[in-house]
Design a binder for this molecule. Structure first.
Ligand code: DC
Length: 219
């Protein structure tokens, strides 16, 4: 069974999904991390031609594990968990995630991962394209200014030297690419519950979603 949270970058999806997974003892799946890992593989391979890269990808075994608030990703045994959060990956990930072959690869992997257990997952197209029959769907959003400030603080806290202006520009560019791409663009599923987190505290948004889940599922 799966509960999905979609929304633009920096809307608070992943911190919310993680916190709910911890509180309700659910498994957590970070779909963006899988696109980031594929992007990391493409960069580490020296940005090969796409056809060559798709062939390479068929030989890659991606493994994921959620431990102590951190979503770990390994590719053929190599740990990519830290690498996938760099600004370099962030600036290429929308391009790689827009390729239908990459989406097919990631979607098949996600379906396999969630086959056993109750999962909460965050992404862009989970409620519309990947899991249209998800048990519950949420769509989180917040103003660009607020999303950029949250992402900027996150990067600053993890020791990355970035400017607020660059972070805001990157989020805006990614939103445009994610919403306008041909393959499974970011959009709210008609049956998704909208959670606008602008001006809300983290605790307020968590309580709102947790309450809806508890009303709908007997855990
Ligand atoms: O959630 P994130 O910022 O780590 O996601 C990284 C990128 O991956 C994002 O810019 C778009 C892409 N993505 C996607 O296309 N579909 C998903 N379900 C999740 C992420």
């Amino acid at each position: 069974m799966i509960i999905v949270i979609d929304g633009p970058a920096g809307s608070g999806k992943s911190s919310t999904a993680k916190s709910i997974a911890n509180r309700l003892s659910l498994h957590y799946l970070d779909s963006g991390a899988l696109y980031r890992a594929v992007t990391c593989l493409w960069i580490n391979a020296g940005k090969p031609e796409k056809e060559q890269f798709f062939n390479m990808l068929t030989e890659v075994h991606l493994q994921v594990e959620y431990i102590n608030d951190l979503f770990h990703v390994k590719a053929n045994g190599e740990d990519l968990t830290n690498q996938i959060r760099s600004q370099e990956i962030s600036s290429h990930v929308s391009e790689i995630a827009s390729l239908p072959e990459v989406r097919g690869y990631v979607n098949a992997l996600m379906k396999k991962i969630i086959a056993n257990g109750i999962y909460i997952a965050d992404g862009r197209d989970l409620g519309t394209a990947v899991f249209p029959d998800a048990f519950l769907k949420f769509y989180m959003d917040a103003s660009l200014e607020e999303r950029a400030m949250r992402r900027f603080r996150e990067l600053e806290n993890s020791g990355q030297n970035v400017s607020f202006k660059d972070v805001k520009q990157n989020l805006n560019d990614r939103d445009l690419k994610d919403k306008s791409r041909v393959s499974d663009p970011l959009k709210k599923a008609p049956d998704a519950i909208l959670i606008d987190t602008t001006g809300k505290t983290f605790e307020e948004q968590i309580s709102e979603i947790t309450q809806i889940i508890k009303e709908n599922i007997k855990l």
